[in-house]
Design a binder for this molecule. Structure first.
Ligand SMILES: [Zn+2]
Ligand SMILES: [Zn+2]
Length: 430
């Protein structure tokens, strides 16, 4: 298989980022690109190509996320990496490992860290950078079927997140080394930039990209060997979320402290926001459910005792009709089944199930004999008294008309007239 990251490939283009992107940007772009090119997310025919792109994305990330390699790439291009191993890539990573690492059970985790604190710089002369007490929460949508919301569900998945480097304990440098103050931001970790907003120039505080907002950094020889000065390393962890019975759209499931770790901060939470998937049969409103049941004309008139519906947990729902002798079901009639709606959270109560009756009349294949028709006339209620009129016209009709045709002819001619001249339609038509 040809190596994808060959000399002419621009690694920044592969990740669709600019040369000035921060490490955080690179990580986000990597996860986005890897997810899009996930070989499981494309048709079979495109799979080979997707897995090539996937490898290219991984290789671009391996180089650009490593400060030393990125510097080499920026100064010497891919030629610095096409040799045998050092300092290039130690062989292409195994795709299966990558997939397991990236998507073990769920796609696109993490990479959602928000902006670091944007606090003003004033009032803290020479002080440490302003940082939020807690690292950003990672919020993402989580799609759940109505079946799973009805029954409840436990989902296990593996998550890759940043943890404080175990070797330097988040310092970023070797034990006896001291960090140099960042000259770009004068140790503030943030800098003020002027931005044009329409006619105005506004001052904005952004995180310093030279020191990644730390205010200081270690010389290459002083960097921690494990995290290479990043202060954090990536680690894989199995997580479990529980979707309670009766959970609904917008509910949040919070995994406390499971977001990326950031030195000197409490780790934020991973938050899943439930998105209820549309169901082909049931509609939900709060804890009530609604659906349509089909009964034949004969059943509506004469009764039945059968399963009319499979519920969300697979149970058959059986109805007996009629409740009182002689009662019939009419089209659009609504039957309410108490306690067969959605479960309510933290209780045994349930909503109700509303069944809208659709009466299926006999189709074109029904060919009653003359005797049958006469029998029906005899059995069914008689028509109302005849309408009296002085003159009577018998007319023909189209038995398969559409109600959309109603008024369409007049409407069309009125439009044409208006376009032709400015006269009102009714005058032009005369
Ligand atoms: Zn700086
Ligand atoms: Zn370290």
């Amino acid at each position: 298989m040809p190596k994808v990251a060959s000399a002419h490939v621009d690694l920044y283009e592969v990740l669709e980022i600019s040369q000035s992107s921060s490490k955080d940007d690179i990580r986000k772009a990597y996860r986005k690109a890897a997810l899009r090119n996930h070989p499981d997310k494309v048709p079979e025919s495109e799979r080979e190509e997707a897995s090539m792109r996937f490898k290219a994305v991984q290789e671009a990330y391996d180089i650009l996320y490593d400060d030393d390699k990125r510097h080499l790439y920026d100064t010497h291009g891919m030629s610095a990496f096409n040799g045998s191993g050092e300092p290039g890539m130690a062989g292409a990573p195994d795709l299966d490992d990558l997939l397991a690492q990236m998507f073990g059970g769920m796609g696109g985790m993490g990479g959602m860290g928000g902006m670091p604190g944007m606090g003003g710089m004033g009032g803290m002369p020479g002080g440490r950078p302003n940082k939020p007490r807690k690292s950003p929460d990672e919020v993402q949508d989580y799609h759940v079927s109505l079946e799973d919301l009805y029954k409840g569900k436990t989902v296990k998945f593996s998550s890759v997140k940043n943890i404080i480097c175990g070797l330097c304990k988040g310092k970023g440098g070797k034990e006896k080394a001291t960090a140099k103050k960042c000259s770009t931001c004068d140790g503030h970790g943030q800098k003020e930039v002027l931005q044009r907003r329409g006619q105005f120039l506004t001052q904005q505080v952004v995180t310093c990209t030279t020191c990644n907002g730390n205010g200081s950094y270690f010389a290459p020889k002083d960097k921690c060997k494990k995290c290479k000065g990043a202060r954090t390393t990536e680690a894989k962890k199995m997580l479990e979320i529980y979707i309670p019975r009766g959970a609904k759209q917008g509910d949040k499931i919070v995994l406390e402290g499971e977001a990326d770790q950031v030195p000197d901060q409490e780790p934020g939470d991973i938050v899943f926001k439930i998105v209820e998937e549309e169901h082909p049969i049931f509609a939900r409103a709060g804890s009530d459910l609604q659906t349509t049941i089909d009964v034949t004309l004969a059943e509506s008139l004469t009764g039945f005792s059968r399963v009319v519906l499979t519920h969300l947990d697979g149970r058959g729902i059986e109805l007996k009709h009629p409740l009182t002798p002689g009662a019939i079901l009419t089209p659009g009639q609504v039957l309410k089944v108490p306690g067969e709606g959605m479960p309510m959270k933290r209780s045994d109560a349930r909503g109700d199930l509303y069944l809208v009756v659709d009466v299926k009349f006999p189709g074109q294949n029904w060919k009653p004999t003359h005797d049958m028709v006469e029998k029906l006339k005899e059995i069914l209620p008689k028509p109302a008294a005849p309408i009296k009129a002085d003159t009577v016209d018998e007319v023909t009709y189209d038995p398969r008309a559409e109600i959309e045709e109603f008024g369409a002819q007049d409407g069309q001619s009125a439009w044409e007239d208006e376009e032709d001249d400015d006269e009102p339609a009714q005058c032009a038509a005369q």
